[in-house]
Design a protein around this ligand. Structure first.
Ligand code: GTP
Length: 212
């Protein structure tokens, strides 16, 4: 029995969390994979990843979610982790205008570094906070400009967190199964995604503890 069959999934997909420091990328992953969060900001050093397998309309998709460091000093390391990624959760915080303004810079980096056809979802996190400085309509507008989906979320209370990852997985699944422009070699990258952490080389701290 091969590894995929043994572990019970059909596809493994690599996702990247991007966005400025302290917008809640690690917290979103922890909420999604472990249904908890911490109130501390412990900046991610380089990259880290966790797994979660979900059922996406009858297809078991193992999500390998790479948490990247938002701090500027790690930018060049983070760029090397775009390889093999099929989806990106691009996050800002609704109480931090600078993180929202930086979304345009992140979109430029994505178009420079990511594979053609990568699925991006824009997320305005910390929606539980009353100190809002970025209106929902502003997030929607930016998402429309880039033709990507948009959600507001709260890693703190869980609002829309599952939805974000399920929507991303659904759209990726649609592309994998139905995109005629994707050749077999490209599909193989997704199917053999198990090998990606090792391929990425030194620097990855593989937590991988959440095989839900
Ligand atoms: P870097 O690793 O530096 O890139 O940061 P990050 O984007 O991973 O941020 P992190 O998840 O560490 O969260 C930063 C701070 O924001 C922490 O104190 C979290 O508790 C807090 N936080 C994250 N998400 C939310 C949220 O949805 N609501 C509220 N109120 N606080 C949040």
């Amino acid at each position: 029995m091969n590894r995929k069959a043994k572990e019970g999934y059909d596809f493994q997909v690599k996702l990247l969390m991007l966005g400025d420091s302290a917008v809640g990328k690690s917290s979103l992953i922890t909420r999604f994979c472990e249904d908890t969060t911490t109130s501390n900001h412990i900046p991610t050093i380089g990259v880290d990843f966790k797994y979660k397998t979900i059922d996406c309309e009858g297809t078991k998709i193992k999500l390998q979610i790479w948490d990247t460091a938002g701090q500027e000093k790690f930018r060049s390391i983070v760029q090397t982790y775009y390889k093999g990624a099929m989806g990106i959760v691009l996050t800002y915080a609704i109480n931090d205008r600078k993180s929202f303004q930086n979304i345009e810079n992140w979109m430029k980096q994505i178009s420079t570094n990511a594979a053609k056809g990568i699925v991006v979802i824009l997320v305005g996190n910390k929606a539980d906070l009353l100190e809002r400085v970025v209106e929902t309509s502003e997030g929607k507008r930016v998402a429309e400009t880039h033709n990507i989906k948009f959600f507001e979320s709260s890693a703190k209370d869980g609002e829309n967190v599952d939805m974000i990852f399920h929507e991303l997985a659904k759209e990726i699944k649609t592309r994998i199964l139905s995109d005629p422009s994707m050749n077999e070699e490209e599909r193989q990258v997704i199917r053999i995604g198990d090998k990606l952490p090792e391929q990425q080389g030194a620097g990855a701290q593989a937590s991988g503890g959440c095989k839900c």
